[in-house]
Design a protein around this ligand. Sequence first.
Ligand SMILES: [Zn+2]
Ligand SMILES: [Zn+2]
Length: 342
Amino acid sequence: MKAMMMKDISNFHDNKTPLELVDLPDPVPSDNEVLVRISACGICHTELDEIEGRTPPPKLPVILGHEVVGRVEQTGKNATRFKAGDRVGIGWIYSACGKCSSCLSGNENVCSEFMATGRDANGGYAEYMTVPELFAYRIPDLFSDSEAAPFLCAGAIGYRSLRLANMENGLNLGLTGFGASAHLVLKMVRHMYPDSKVFVFARSQQEQAFARELGAVWAGDTGDEPHEKMHRIIDTTPAWKPVVEALKNLEIGGRLVINAIMKEEIDKGYLLKLDYPTHLWLEKEIKSVANVARRDISEFLEVASKIPIKPQFQEFALEEANQALVELKEGNIRGAKVLRIE
Ligand SMILES: [Zn+2]
Ligand SMILES: [Zn+2]
């Protein structure tokens, strides 16, 4: 099979072609796995983190890609959930132990044996991949392959953030940062919690305008103080200032959920502005989100097909993966980028 493979850690400044086109033997599914013939794989910012060594793969070379859509080509001896020809998706969670208390409570994303697709196991920048059948999901018919691919990451994580926020209809929700995941959260909230008001904190005027267009009752800058407090706030920024500023706007007993893989060191000093009475007193809570469990992916796909939400996307050939990654790195983003694999 053809695959775009990552062989070394590098940075885009010096190396605009970090992935290499290779020809490999087709993978063979083990007893509990399915072999998937890949038709689309979304491109995520996490690939930039892997290539540049911020989330380094434990072993190289590896095939990146964790927003995978394709059809089951072959099933392992004990794999019975799918039959050949079924359309499935695969997300960031590739496998977990299935036995620990986290796994048994449906939070297999925090299992100590968690493995990530396209980092700890080969992913979707290829014609085929194998995956444990329990970590593949049916894709609702409404979506094309390229439409469904970006949902397997940003959408599902946004959905988990809402779950961990313990959101309820009628509660005020704040969103700090307004990127891919946050804008999907806003669309979900309008559908799932129709009586809730959404407030968006974003630096760019363009993002603020986009948030109002999608139904936010208020949109302003990170440090702004709207006239109402929020019961729940979801932070999707890589910085600390929005966290401190969000706590100020939180209601009594409110919850702030931080949905960010990493926080940058650069504005960490802002945490010294933390003032106990203003930011934490009166039982305010802070919780982080660690990617996704299986339930988040399958439930989000259902919710997205009911609303419905359809992402904007731009297609590239498998061989153009480097070009797509460079464009993402340079901030040239017109909708999600998806590799279309023939
Ligand atoms: Zn991702
Ligand atoms: Zn486990």
